[in-house]
Design a protein around this ligand. Structure first.
Ligand code: GLN
Length: 308
């Protein structure tokens, strides 16, 4: 069987089970098996494939057919032009989340109210694969970036991504729930969490952040079962925003002022339908200059506010 025949057949198989990106997925998976990339595949359509390659390809196609997303099968996903390791302990970085990175960069570059003064310290809560933190540090190397996650497995993935894309010790990672690693009342003593930059730990409660970014879990618990098979294979911890979908967002809004420098900004991703409620919560907690940012599909995907 040739490359072209294998692609046509497997794309057909995936299409039959309702996978819209069937041709793209088939070519990404075959490229993986051949140790090449999708572009190079296009120029060798007439090449014959060995039985071993075909068997390996078939097993990846079977996994995809059974609802595993291509990113988990490949173990990687592109975000802001960088290739991130992913696995089922982290949410697959979405193009929608690039809007959050974009908004953060815009705020920092403009030096507007909200992100003034030097050095610029940024905190990424619920970092997951580390996509937001790593992309920000990659695009703006002068930033001091800190990131937390409640999942030890996710944090290991984020660290691996930072190490590969930026080098060791480029980001300060902490294990813990939201602000808990920085909290003076933390039940776990700080140094236990300080796998990197231990020396900075004592500074944490004194130094505040110019910008806090967060892509929290924001899907209402009851809606999760209505999502695609692919999304349901992602970590529930990264998706489930409690009964209202806003439970984590509320904690972030409540906690953020204690960790923001004066005029610091909080930027969060959420569902476009949640923005009105979030705006009310932000205003109630004393945030002003609220701003919305649209994703590529023209939905309001990111909301920000300044704490004076
Ligand atoms: N945007 C994701 C989705 O719709 C949800 C991500 C999240 O909860 N942070 O699947």
């Amino acid at each position: 069987m040739t490359v072209r025949e294998a692609l046509t057949e497997s794309a057909g198989t995936l299409k039959k089970v309702g996978i819209e990106t069937s041709s793209l997925d088939a070519s990404l998976l075959l490229a993986q098996v051949l140790g090449t990339n999708r572009t190079a595949l296009a120029s060798c359509g007439a090449d014959q494939l060995s039985q071993e390659i075909l068997a390996a390809f078939q097993s990846l196609i079977d996994r995809r057919k059974n609802g595993e997303c291509t990113a988990y099968i490949l173990g990687k996903k592109e975000f802001r032009g960088l290739e991130f390791f992913v696995n089922p302990s982290v949410l697959v970085p979405r193009p929608d989340t690039e809007t959050l990175v974009e908004a953060a960069i815009e705020r920092i570059r403009s030096g507007e109210r909200g992100v003034g003064g030097e050095p610029i310290r940024v905190l990424d809560l619920c970092t997951g694969s580390g996509a937001i933190a790593v992309a920000l540090k990659h695009e703006m190397p002068a930033l001091e970036v800190w990131a937390t996650d409640i999942s030890a497995e996710a944090l290991e993935t984020a660290k691996a991504n930072a190490a590969r894309l930026l080098g060791d010790n480029s980001i300060n990672f902490y294990l813990g729930d939201l602000f808990e690693p920085f909290s003076a009342t933390s039940h776990s003593p700080l140094p236990a969490h300080c796998s990197l930059f231990t020396a900075h730990c004592s500074l944490l409660t004194a130094d505040r952040f110019s910008l806090i970014v967060c892509n929290p879990p924001y899907i209402p618990s009851d809606d999760i079962k209505t999502l695609s098979v692919e999304v349901q294979k992602e970590p529930r911890l990264a998706l489930d925003g409690g009964k209202s979908g806003l439970e984590t967002i509320k904690q972030v809004i409540n906690g953020a002022p204690d960790y923001l420098s004066q005029g610091g900004m909080l930027l969060m991703e959420a569902d476009p339908r949640q923005m009105k409620d979030i705006a009310v919560l932000l205003e109630k907690r004393g945030f002003s200059c609220l701003q919305l940012y649209k994703d590529m599909s023209d939905f309001e995907r990111v909301i920000g506010g300044v704490y004076e």
